[in-house]
Design a protein around this ligand. Structure first.
Ligand code: FAD
Length: 321
């Protein structure tokens, strides 16, 4: 009885490589597999070279290559994962927390008549009963969830475990699940904007700015700091509402969630709706001229001062490294 992961692969147009979350999921699965004394099998859909998964402890890959699956379709993908799970007699299926996988996980759970826990953080608390810790209320609280069904589906919270190299000997197998026309009842088209910059979803560091920057003409220093750090740029909601920055950069409760290693907030007050979306980030650095700004309450490091003086100095210092 192996553990099955769905290793997400970005199509050619978006880079043609495994998404970072696939390696985090594999690292996590490996640790769980060691606890349970079992192996890790990954199912991939239209992936290129899968050998990289061996670095992160995957023992076997079921490679599905089918033109019908070139666009993400939750029902069809769930059917593939279900058939892979049945073939491998799997009792634990793991998915990551990208937009696609979160949507997909519930379809997989229904298909396998399995209990599903989303936003899982940390290794299972116990396997009998099967208990996991999850985030709740926009990451403001944790709860413990028990899954009672024989087959279990878990969605691992993004950037909650880390990526660890545990080399394994990988076997690869072509897998041809049966896919029916009924699987394509709903057609989903995704449009990915390719900017050539680091995307918020893949970034280890995010440099984010708010209304404190006064206007779009002042974003040059934010972009420069992001470039020097190899970071993605983000912004608060009013900034995108005002059209200072594209909507794709809006982070927070109603924007993109951010669970990065380093989040730098410049001229952002720290309203509860903003914090809700970025609170899972590991280290938060806040630059704000108001020492009473609420953001300082959740900051790991805070700089009280004028962003227009501080940010150029940071750029200068980082460039010197
Ligand atoms: P402001 O509140 O105007 O804060 C600007 C900050 O910049 C201040 O703290 C000020 O001290 C500082 N500042 C000013 N000048 C300087 C300077 N020279 N140097 C350094 N600092 C300076 N917001 C989000 O961001 N994301 C969301 O997803 C989101 N969802 C929402 C959902 C709902 C239902 C609602 C009601 C609101 C939501 N909001 C969201 C809006 C949120 O409540 C705040 O209004 C918003 O986050 C404030 O944005 P801001 O911090 O950029 O601007």
């Amino acid at each position: 009885m192996s553990i099955l992961i769905y290793a997400e692969y970005a199509p050619e147009a978006s880079g043609g490589k495994f998404k970072k979350v696939a390696f985090e999921l594999a690292s996590y699965a490996k640790k769980v597999a060691e606890t349970l004394g079992t192996t890790v099998t990954a199912v991939t859909i239209n992936a290129g070279d899968v050998s990289e998964l061996a670095k992160y402890g995957v023992d076997k890959v079921l490679k599905v290559n089918n033109d019908k699956l070139s666009g993400f379709t939750a029902k069809a993908y769930a059917d593939v994962i279900k058939q892979a799970a049945i073939k491998e007699n799997v009792k634990l299926v793991l998915l990551s927390s990208t937009t696609d996988s979160v949507y997909l996980a519930s379809f997989v759970a229904v298909a396998l008549e399995a209990g599903y826990a989303s936003n899982v953080v940390g290794l299972p608390i116990s396997t009998s009963p099967f208990l996991v810790k999850r985030t709740a209320f926009s990451n403001k609280a944790f709860n413990t969830t028990e899954i009672e069904t024989e087959i279990k589906v878990l969605g691992l919270a993004k950037n909650s475990y880390g990526i660890f190299e545990t080399p394994s000997t990988l076997t690869q197998e072509d897998f041809n699940p049966i896919i029916g026309e009924n699987d394509f009842g709903v057609k989903v088209e995704s449009v990915e904007k390719i900017s050539g910059k680091v995307s918020i979803a893949d970034a280890d560091i995010v440099v984010s700015a708010g209304r404190g920057l006064k206007g779009p003409e002042n974003w040059g220093m934010v972009e420069e700091l992001a470039t020097v750090l190899g970071a993605a740029t983000a912004c608060s909601k009013p900034v995108s509402d005002l059209g200072w920055r594209p909507h794709g950069e809006h982070v927070g409760q109603t924007g993109k969630p951010v669970a990065t290693n380093l989040y730098i907030a410049i001229g952002i007050s720290g309203a509860i709706q903003h914090i809700a979306g970025i609170n899972s980030s590991k280290v938060k650095v806040v630059i704000n001229s108001d020492p009473e700004a609420p953001f300082f309450k959740v900051a790991d490091y805070g700089i009280v001062g004028d962003a227009f003086e501080i940010v150029p100095k940071l750029i200068e210092k980082f460039k010197a490294f």
